[in-house]
Design a protein around this ligand. Sequence first.
Ligand SMILES: [Fe+2]
Length: 196
Amino acid sequence: MNLSPLLHALADLTATEPRHEAQVAAETLRAAADTDFPRQSPSALSPGILSTAGLTNAHRAARLIHDAHVGLPWQDSPAASLQPTSLRAIKSIVTLIGPGAAIPSESLLLGLFYQAAGSYYPLHAHEAAETYTILAGTAQWQAGDGRFPVSAGKAIHHPPNLPHAMRAGPDGFLAMWRWSGDIAFDSYRMLPDPEG
Ligand SMILES: [Fe+2]
């Protein structure tokens, strides 16, 4: 399945971020826009993903995620073995770029992230630098000492090892995410969280 419209939309969004790794990611997406993605079976979270992706105030990339759903490999996080098993039921990830992904890279991870309505992803941290860009829905975000609401179009950058946590709003949320720097999962850790 060809996901070219979605990959170009994600590249356009990534290119607006003034960081070198964002520019590299945008070029990587554009260069691989004709990659063939095999058809996927629906996951347990597919109904929620489709509902959030179809919200009327979503970024246009969310509509393309909706339309491309059968070609997107929604899976557990690569860090799932380091997380409480309860988190598997509330979130799902597509890895588009990365080691072993459909678009190979040894220096970047880029993909999609979904978190179910009202759910909480407790404080965690990792060595990789990270940017989330919200595509649909809302959340209450915690990044270091900052706590703030986010909605479609908002980008949040986490420098290496900054603790972060997300509480999804009533429609859940859908985002694009990217890791750069040390992209190994060895440093991923859950942190003590009084709200978790
Ligand atoms: Fe993170």
